[in-house]
Design a protein around this ligand. Structure first.
Ligand SMILES: Nc1nc2c(c(=O)[nH]1)N[C@H]1C(S)=C(S)[C@@H](COP(=O)(O)O)O[C@H]1N2
Ligand SMILES: [Mo]
Length: 342
């Protein structure tokens, strides 16, 4: 994180403690000890990233070396259009979690602009009738792209409202044909240490064993809310948001929404997702947003909504069960103890 670059006067001691250290997910990493805590103070920030943290709202200026996003054609899905306010585009582009590029919130934007999304190949395999590999063109052309405004709630107790572009995961799975013995859908992020500095160094990448892995049950994956996103704010995704294709599962904590996917595998065995492997007492398989199930080290009852202005000085709002999508997904968990299966 970029604490040393923010004007100290703008950050209260309590904010530094609660937001930057207390909720630091890297604290679970045993053996790193104080070394992990020293990371924030050694990273450097670019000017644009600094602006975001100090609250000077600016358009995402495509300076030299900045990844170019292209406009996409899409229809608005009228069922998901009513979220106000939206998180400003520059915040969505510069306040990120993408440990492949570093653990600081500004690292993904700073270190991913040369990331190559074309050529790309996404393989769908395992327990499907028609295993297949899609290239970059296929990803953008094959499906009807729609816009959906979704809430996004990170397990670290901050949130955004994002206008995503994408298509349902269900439409892709239906096309591949789900075999009757499939129980889970496993997703894998690209592994490319030459392009991803966090994969080249365990220290930079927060001790994650890459590639990053996530998974859903078949019923979760077929829920109409589960989206494969190829863009936001009318354009293709930036690398820091998971270009060219990432998952968006709005009723679950953000870490389920895996970025830059290269492989989708249907399986009959429960996959172990990355954050569960890293800290099984703190992060589970389901990771449903639940204001009554506190994280062992902080409350999940409320969240810092990221809107206009300084990202550390945002108003808090109550966290909603299933992040506000209870009507759509509560039936999936009616027989499950959500405090045990967190
Ligand atoms: N491959 C990969 N996917 C990832 C992550 C990551 O570190 N690596 N971080 C997750 C977390 S914790 C969050 S909150 C969201 C953030 O998405 P955004 O930066 O586009 O808002 O991405 C998720 N997907
Ligand atoms: Mo997150």
């Amino acid at each position: 994180m970029l604490i040393k670059h923010a004007k100290k006067s703008q950050l209260k001691e309590s904010q530094l403690t609660s937001e930057s250290v207390y909720k630091d997910r890297r604290n679970i990493i045993k053996g790193l000890g104080l070394a992990a805590l020293s990371v924030p103070f050694t990273s450097t920030a670019s000017a644009s990233v600094f602006d975001i943290f100090s609250g000077d709202d600016k358009k995402n200026d495509a300076g030299s070396g900045t990844f170019v996003r292209t406009p996409l054609e899409f229809t608005k899905n009228t069922n998901f259009q009513s979220l106000t306010p939206l998180t400003p585009e520059d915040k969505i582009l510069q306040y990120n979690n993408f440990y492949e590029f570093g653990t600081g919130k500004g690292d993904p934007a700073e270190y991913s602009q040369q990331f190559k999304v074309d050529p790309w190949s996404l393989t769908i395999d395992g327990l499907v009738d028609k295993p297949q590999t899609l290239n970059y063109e296929d990803l953008l052309k094959k499906f009807e792209i729609e816009e959906r405004l979704y809430r996004m709630r990170c397990v670290e107790a901050w949130s955004m409202n994002v206008p995503w572009l994408g298509f349902t995961l269900a439409s892709l799975l239906k096309e591949a044909g789900i075999k009757s013995n499939a129980k889970f859908v496993r997703f894998e992020t690209i592994y490319d240490p030459e392009q991803m500095r966090g994969q080249a160094s365990r220290f930079v990448g927060g001790s994650i064993d890459f590639p990053y892995v996530e998974a859903l049950t078949i019923a979760e994956a077929m829920n109409p809310l589960a989206l494969l996103s190829v863009g936001l704010y009318g354009k293709t995704l930036a690398p820091q948001n998971g270009a060219p294709i990432r998952l968006v599962v709005p009723w679950k904590y953000g870490f389920k929404s895996i970025k830059s996917i290269v492989k989708i595998t249907l399986t009959d065995k429960a996959p172990v997702n990355t954050w569960q492997a890293l800290g099984p007492d703190e992060y589970g398989f389901f990771a449903n947003v639940n204001p009554r199930a506190d994280h062992p080290r902080w409350s999940q009852a409320s969240e810092r909504f990221i809107g206009e202005g300084n990202v550390f000085q945002q108003s808090r709002q109550k966290t909603l069960m299933f992040n506000g999508y209870e009507e759509e997904v509560a039936h999936l968990y009616k027989d499950i103890d959500l405090l045990r299966y967190f």
